[in-house]
Design a protein around this ligand. Sequence first.
Ligand code: G6P
Length: 471
Amino acid sequence: MRQSSLVVVANRLPIDDSVAPDGACEWRRSPGGLVSALHPLLRHTPATWVGWAGGTGPAPALPDVDRVRMRSVALSAEDLRDHYEGFANATLWPLYHDAVEQPEYHRRWWEAYQRVNQRFAEATAEVADPGAVVWVQDYHLQLVPGLLRELRPDLRIGFFLHVPFPPPELFMQLPRRAELLRGMLGADLIGFQRAQAAHNFAQLATKVLGMPATDREITMPDREVRIGAFPVAIDTAEMAALAGRPDVAARAARLRHDLGDPEHVILSVDRMDYTKGIEQRLKAYSELLASGHVKVRDTVLVQVAVPSRERVGQYQILRERVEREVGRINGEFGRVGEPAIHYLTQPFDRAEVAALYRVADVMAVTPLRDGMNLVAKEYVAARVDDNGVLLLSEFAGAAAELPQAYLVNPHDLEGLKQELLTALHADPADVTARMRAMREHLRHNDIHAWARSYLSALDDGSLLNRLAAAG
Ligand code: G6P
């Protein structure tokens, strides 16, 4: 078994399986944020990514991708149901997002969560060099830091939570709350998206485990665990370059024409998830159409909602409700050749998304709760013309960094309608000033800065120094 001095552990491997023209299965780097962020680092060091390849059954042996080793972890059909769809996405996901849907608690799911986390920890222990840096990602794997420390006390272990970490009132619902906290505390550094999340965690460490804690550090009997906010970012320059390409600009013009050259284009791009506030947004839009404040001929709403976690009941119900509502609104307010809402559930390639961003006069990102929301950041990065209004939920992590967005409380229907109208009729000079300020922020706070700041905090800079020395 070849070993690595840097190991990233995430539920998913950073690859898509796509079928080549000859029918063979081919693996390629997927465009996800995390992999782009870590790519420069991973390439320059013997690195391994430990994760699930997406199917069930035995773990496939995978070729290296861009010199990064892929170590796949097998999930059985039962693990998929009880770990991924169950404990991760029907217990933790809703609980961590303000319980906007009811979290479900099943003992069988918890057993699967432990079992799968153990498997990830063992796979990681096998591939990590003595003293290696291991970076564990997200809510699917909260027990891995603790399990891994038992197997390999020599490792430097980081954990980063991409989703919100809830206040104690909510977290206390979890039947196995103490074990989950202890699992995370196996790390040397626990990163969150927002300072509030680190604060919530510190409070819980004291309340549930009786450990002295500040918002920067938890004092365990045998060591200190550091905590802090490291807001995740995007590859700003890459998105700007993509959006600035002549073919993307031409595609944007074509899209506008195909939409009927309306005065205003409003765009939303979401995973089909109840945390994204899609239903609330549609209701606000429908009321604005009904009251005549928005007219179908002048204004077009493009809603991209890519299906997600499709076997989980709450996601199936959401999709049915959204589709019924889109159908109702189009039936009531659309005309032949002029739907009120252009509703798309297909995933788009990056260039097409960039073209959509360039067409959108208003980008409506109104989740009920969101760890960060990278779509909001991508939109800003894509507006190379310093134009476009970002309508952003106060409850997205991105709001803490982008105060120049038009901020909105998506639970407040009247406020949402009002802010949407304000966005549609915003003063162009104000729009440009706000967009410039947001673009400036994202230029400095990009994905590379994020990975550097987290890893240097985890490793006191020595991994980064080694890499810099290696050129
Ligand atoms: C969120 C999570 C990620 C997850 C992604 C897509 O952003 O924080 O860990 O990968 O959603 O969800 P999926 O269930 O398809 O992996």
